[in-house]
Design a binder for this molecule. Structure first.
Ligand code: ADP
Ligand code: NA
Length: 344
């Protein structure tokens, strides 16, 4: 029985927010701290994925290092896991091409993410030199890159937030198409480890998920936020007209979101239902006060670590180089097998 191999990624499109933390990073840290020492953990800052949205060169550079510092600040340990930038391991793009040769465009065109981006966001399209608007191919096909990211390491488990479920299904599809085409069992579909926490919603439009790509900056709270920022964002969080606390995620999304944050950071590990019960009779302003106190306490160390780490660029570069080397070693092993079965 081979030891587990864990892979997950995050886009360097902004600092990680509370949704990223409760949906993914908290699990990454927990796996690092509890997994058998033989378990391999790969945590990838997926800069190639970040290219699907427009970006300035300088901003990309800054956000990449910010993400590296944030992951370390949250307690990910480069001696225990492999933390690296996707673009430093060229096999990601190589395997994407190979998988795309057996991937179905029909399946991709039924996926929802590019459709919703296309509706909401002009950034899903490019204007061609001929003055036409067209869907970007990178955005359309990036689930194949995501499949390549995962399969490149012989991954057995992928810890992600609930919003990634559809993409993991597509990875499974890529596995069966490739294996069928080449009459091989080289790839195996990994197991998805969906976060136990509910999806975290925007603080300003609580029917929409909190996302780095949301341009409304008041909608998110970063894990590196100062106490002042925590107070601002939570105090301004949109709830509804009613002044008393009840836990009703169907009808009171904004209030439920605050309770979900509380549950995610609760030192006693209580469920949203239990906390909702405890908070019955509280006013919304009192609930917000509790959320502010818990977040301020729980994020203090992360913020301190982040400030210290981000000023030590040499250290970050060294950790990145070490991660690249470890990741390439594993990627080369799998690619050798891929080349063997495909005959290239
Ligand atoms: P974003 O949408 O903020 O750019 P990414 O695409 O980089 O985030 O996803 C990184 C991880 O964070 C994924 O595992 C994803 O499932 C998780 N995630 C993103 N947003 C949320 C959210 N609002 N609630 C819970 N998990 C989330
Ligand atoms: Na996303």
């Amino acid at each position: 029985e081979e030891p587990p191999i864990i892979f997950s990624g995050i886009q360097p499109t902004g600092r990680p927010h509370l949704g990223n933390y409760l949906g993914a990073l908290k699990q990454w840290k927990h796996l690092q701290d509890t997994a058998h020492p033989d378990t391999k953990l790969f945590f990838c800052i997926v800069d190639l994925h970040a290219m699907t949205t427009p970006h300035a060169r300088g901003e990309m550079q800054e956000l990449k290092w910010d993400m590296m510092a944030s992951l370390l600040a949250l307690g990910l340990d480069p001696d225990r896991c492999t933390i690296f930038f996707q673009s430093t391991v060229p096999q990601h793009a190589e395997l994407q091409w190979i998988l795309s040769c057996t991937a179905s465009t029909g399946y991709l065109s039924r996926m929802t993410q590019w459709k919703s981006k296309l509706k909401l966001d002009d950034n899903a399209t490019i204007e061609t030199t001929k003055g036409k608007k067209t869907l970007k191919h990178g955005l359309f096909s990036y689930p194949i890159l995501q499949a390549a990211d995962i399969l490149l390491y012989g991954t057995t488990h992928v810890p992600v937030g609930e919003d990634q479920r559809q993409h993991l299904e597509f990875t499974r599809e890529c596995v069966s198409n490739f294996n069928y085409a080449y009459k091989t069992d080289l790839f195996a579909a990994p197991e998805t480890l969906i976060s136990p926490f509910p999806r975290i919603m925007s603080l300003t439009t609580p029917r929409q998920k909190m996302s780095k790509s949301d341009s409304a900056t008041k909608s998110l709270l970063h894990v590196t936020s100062s106490p002042k920022k925590i107070i601002q964002r939570i105090s301004q969080a949109v709830t509804d007209g009613r002044n008393e606390v009840t836990y009703d995620p169907e009808n009171r999304a904004g209030v439920a979101n605050l309770i979900h944050l509380l549950a995610g950071f609760d030192p006693k590990g209580r469920t949203p239902e239990e906390l909702g019960e405890t908070m019955k009779g509280y006013k919304i302003s009192e609930l917000k006060q509790v959320v502010i106190e818990v977040l301020t306490d729980e994020l203090a160390e992360t913020r301190e670590n982040f400030v210290r780490l981000s000023s030590n660029k040499d250290k970050l570069r060294e950790i990145s180089a070490q991660g690249t080397q470890k990741a390439r070693l594993q990627a080369e092993k799998i690619m050798a097998k891929v080349k063997d079965v495909t005959g290239i």
